[in-house]
Every structure is written in C-alpha cells, then in structure tokens.
Design a protein around this ligand. Structure first.
Ligand code: RIB
Length: 323
C-alpha cells in the first residue's frame, strides 16, 4: 500500500468571524468566535486521510506540538481520524497558534505564531525519518512553509536523495526559497493564484478567468522559468484549476459550483489532501484534480480548517454528479 508522509505544522486556530476587518486603533464587534484544529500540515494530513480509502493509502504526520491543552487536542484529533501520529512529538513550550479573521464574504486573513512548529532545526531531519536500511519509509512527502525554512530545505534534500516523491505547497510563500535547484527536486508543485504570481515573478492585476488559454500559459511559465520537469497544479479559487505536466499536457479544469461560501480557510488544504490521496491511490492527475476541486468546493461551505474538510463519500457524490 502506498504511504504519504506529511511533515509540517499543527496549529490551534482562533477564528473570529467579522463583518469587516477593523482599522488601526479601531474596535468593532465581531459576529462570532470559534476554535478549531488547524495548521497547513495537519489539515493536509487529515484531508488525505478523510479523502482516500484507509485500505489503499497510509498517512503519517510528522510534526511537533507544545505541552499545552492545544497540543493534546491537535494530536488526538488526527489520531482519531486514523492518521499515524507516532512521529508527532510533544515539546516544551506552546503549540502553534493561528489567529484567523474571516469576513462575511468568506475571505480570511491569518496570523501564525509558530510555537512548537518553530523548534525544528535542520539537524532534526535525520535520514531515518524517511528511510530505514536504504529503503524509503514513504512514497510521497508533503511539505508546506510553516516549519522553519532551513528545515523545509533539508527535508526536500533528504527525501529527494531517498527517491521519495515530493509534493510541495509553498505556503506561506517565501520567494527566497524558490531556486531552480530546489524546484527541480519536486514532483508536484501545488500553488494558488498569488503563489503562482510569486513563482513566475509577475503581478496579476486582474485575471480573466474565462480565458483558459491565458491561464494555462501562466502556469506553463513555471516549467520554463525553473526548468521544472514535474507537475504544476494551480488553483484559482472558485474559478477552476490548471495543471501542467511537463512534456505532456497543460489543461484547465472547470470548478464545481459551491452552494455557498462561508469560510475559505482550509479549502486549499482540502484540495491538496484529496489530490495527493488520489494520486497515491493510482488515479491520473486530471482525475485527482477533480477530487481536489470537489473537496475544496465542499470545504468553503463550512467553518474552520480541519473541521471543514469533507469525507470521501461527500466528495464522491460531487465528483460523480459532475457539477
Ligand atoms: O491553510 C489554513 C491554515 O493556515 C489554518 O488552519 C492555519 O492554522 C494556518 O496554518
């Protein structure tokens, strides 16, 4: 059975829903407050688990939480969902926390305090984390940018040398990391619209989402700019997705129509989890994109990050209905 390891952040999300974001020096009443489990790493691990059959794909989370009540909740939430958490360590200090403002349009603004996620050092990424007796322990490694960047770089090097396929979601975007040398080690680069703009160093003022050819050309630039021979997947929110497989096809995939947009937090993580789970399960890239799009579409209709991630059967209804 193929295995996916997610090496990344676990955050406790403090979510404020508000009519608007206050200005400097201003106090306003919000609509509601809620707490949810989150962190891009943990959300993606949970999404892979929820959106791929446990008999077909194994999922392991590698990360750190603090010695606080948040840490226990974060770890047990993943474990209850069936994710292997044997490599989620509890370290002295606080867990990662994200303060999230969600406006009525569903758009969010996120501030992250790294806490335990920030305690990793490159020397902690040992060869045996991904390899035993020369054998890779996992088939896919999923990474984001919520761990210290030298740690992300080290993990990419170690996994690449072990022959593990790397799925990289460079979020939050850190342009200094983006070198052709780093990108060449990635198999699947999954980005949103603003991350694509940073990758290809262009400002997108207004994108015409009905011009599929133009969107495809933008995504293809990643191959030329970085001599990238892997697959680029770019999500354009509710407007659709473009994938580009080097030397093969570059295609626009239409979105599923969300019934309502309540909170976009975690939608990208849901997409990524469903996509990776489907790829690991042997599905083609276009098929896997459909699963990702269905998961993201369902997630925006619910509050929270981890709590908004749909189940396999829910995404299946959408994928089979085709709209
Ligand atoms: O992608 C959404 C996540 O970003 C939230 O759960 C928050 O923790 C931040 O990491």
């Amino acid at each position: 059975m193929p295995h996916v390891t997610v090496f990344g952040s676990l955050n406790y999300d403090l979510v404020v829903s508000t009519p608007r974001v206050p200005q400097g020096g201003e106090t306003i009443h919000c609509d509601s407050f809620a707490t949810h489990c989150g962190g891009k790493g943990a959300n993606q691990a949970l999404a892979i688990r929820r959106l791929s059959p446990p008999t077909s794909v194994g999922v392991r989370m590698v990360g750190r939480v603090g010695e606080d009540a948040f840490g226990q909740q974060l770890k047990s939430g993943l474990e209850k969902a069936g994710t292997n958490v044997s490599l989620v360590e509890t370290v002295p200090g606080e867990s990662g926390v994200a303060v999230i403002l969600v406006e009525r349009s569903g758009e969010n603004r996120i501030l992250v305090s790294a806490g335990a996620n920030g305690t990793y050092e490159p020397k902690d990424v040992k060869l045996d984390l991904f390899r035993v007796n020369g054998q890779a322990l996992t088939d896919y490694l999923v990474l984001q940018n919520e761990l210290p960047l030298p740690v992300v770089l080290r993990a990419i090097d170690v996994a690449y040398d072990s022959g593990i396929k790397i799925v990289y979601n460079p979020s939050p975007m850190e342009q200094s990391l983006l070198t052709p040398e780093l990108i060449s080690k990635i198999s699947y680069l999954v980005v949103n619209e603003s991350e694509l703009a940073a990758l290809i160093q262009e400002d997108f003022d207004i994108l015409d989402f009905s011009n599929y050819d133009a969107l495809i050309e933008l995504v293809k630039k990643v191959h030329t700019k970085y001599d990238f021979k892997g697959t680029v997947v770019t999500t354009f929110g509710g407007h659709g997705t473009v994938y580009s497989i080097y030397g093969a096809e570059s295609v626009f995939v239409k979105p599923f129509k969300a019934k309502q947009v309540i909170d976009t937090t975690g939608a990208g993580d849901s997409f990524l989890g469903a996509f990776v789970g489907a790829v690991a399960d042997g599905k083609s890239v276009p098929e896997a994109i459909k699963w990702g799009a269905a998961a993201g579409c369902l997630a925006v209709g619910r509050q929270g990050a981890a709590d908004s991630i749909p189940m396999l059967y829910e995404a299946q209804v959408l994928v089979e209905s085709g709209h």
